[in-house]
Design a protein around this ligand. Structure first.
Ligand SMILES: [Zn+2]
Length: 196
């Protein structure tokens, strides 16, 4: 979809609730401390972790997101889920526990200038250049090594979700003035009780 804004908070056509056994949990918004501190590494790969992952998928699909970090449902652990297309339109779905982000060297990095949004700053979007290729190494919900590599929106998603687990929102990467504008627009939309 060349020319269309890149949007991490909504992706038309994803309707996979039927596959999901988890419980939909409320998504916390910007300002909640859990979003603004680094999350703890996962050390136990047990039933509790699998239940968390199920709830994260359910919550992501209910909100029509393409990715969700655990702290977005209030759990300060290094886990994210994604169901997101790459630059070729191919859909990728999964979970990464304790992710470590790998980007191309600065000299080899190409930036995608697209817009970005976040379920925790609902209704708002802003242009944010991101590397157009990214990889994440980590573990799956069973503790087995996993690598996710992608282009396009998937590359943006991997960077956005890893940022969440480090306690950063995409708006923290915007120029200060732009960040203020996005927050003001979000707050006035919330005040009108019409968060879009
Ligand atoms: Zn987000």
């Amino acid at each position: 979809m060349p020319g269309e804004p890149v949007d991490l908070s909504r992706h038309g056509g994803i309707r996979r609730e039927a596959l999901v056994v988890g419980e939909v949990r409320p998504i916390v918004h910007v300002g909640d401390p859990v979003l603004h501190h680094p999350c703890e590494p996962v050390t136990r790969f047990d039933e509790e972790l699998r239940a968390l992952v199920d709830d994260m998928f359910a919550s992501m699909y209910a909100a029509e997101g393409v990715g969700l970090a655990a702290n977005q449902i209030g759990v300060p652990l290094r886990v994210f889920v994604y169901d997101c297309p790459d630059a070729d339109g191919q859909q990728h779905q999964g979970v990464v526990v304790n992710p470590v982000l790998e980007l191309p060297e600065v000299g080899e990095r190409r930036l995608d200038p697209g817009d970005e949004g976040c379920l925790s700053v609902p209704g708002q979007y802003a242009p944010l250049p991101r590397a157009d290729h990214a990889a994440v190494r980590g573990l799956d919900a069973a503790g087995e090594p996993v690598t996710v590599e992608g282009t396009g929106l998937l590359a943006r998603c991997l960077q956005h979700e890893t940022d969440h687990l480090d306690g950063h929102l995409y708006i923290d990467r915007l120029p200060a003035k732009r960040r203020k504008q996005v927050l003001a627009a979000y707050q006035s939309a919330m005040a009108e009780n019409s968060p879009l």
